[in-house]
Design a protein around this ligand. Sequence first.
Ligand SMILES: Nc1nc2c(ncn2[C@@H]2O[C@H](COP(=O)(O)OP(=O)(O)OP(=O)(O)O)[C@@H](O)[C@H]2O)c(=O)[nH]1
Ligand SMILES: [Mg+2]
Length: 192
Amino acid sequence: MADVLEADDKKIKISLLGVPSVGKTSIIKRITDDAFTESYMATLGADFTSKKLSIPSKTGIVELEVQITEIGGQSIFEALVTKFLHGTICVIFVFDLSDPSTLDGLHSWLEKLIIANVDKDVESILLIGNKSDLTYNKEEVKIKANQFLQHAVKKIGYPIFSSYIETSAATYTNVEEAFNLIGKHIVDNLKN
Ligand SMILES: Nc1nc2c(ncn2[C@@H]2O[C@H](COP(=O)(O)OP(=O)(O)OP(=O)(O)O)[C@@H](O)[C@H]2O)c(=O)[nH]1
Ligand SMILES: [Mg+2]
């Protein structure tokens, strides 16, 4: 059996950004409580949660204590990115697969991220297309998603890990995989 490494110093911060109603809270609820609600309650301001992730590595299982920050998607909360992004090593951008305008809506969040990321804390970005249980144009969305990621990496201006995944918080499709994808990247790049 693989060894479990000490987790005390493996605290990492992940932040979720995206326009209203794309499913940021729902993704977080799925990964933390394995729960889903159909009713919508907008996140007002910022929300903070934590979750332990067990990630396999070459030297054994690494337990990551993940602090998850969600900024409510209404544009009045964009200013909070500067306040709460500090120390974030992975940004998860979320859009709604069934409404491509929500992917376009990520651009202004990206702008705020670039302003807030002066210390270059961000090491990876994950783009999540959520609500894969609904009908959407797979090919078109994939092309647009990759274009957004390429644009984001270029704008950030230094080499970072980036990836795209489609999830459904409603049916629990790929939600754990999304967090494991980030966790694996973080573990592979741990400095100590
Ligand atoms: N069909 C479907 N509905 C979803 C999914 N994820 C979230 N929803 C629904 O979408 C609505 C908005 O979800 P939230 O998670 O509150 O969205 P949010 O991005 O946190 O919104 P803000 O906090 O306002 O920024 C709710 O009614 C959810 O039930 C999904 O994967 N599939
Ligand atoms: Mg929310």
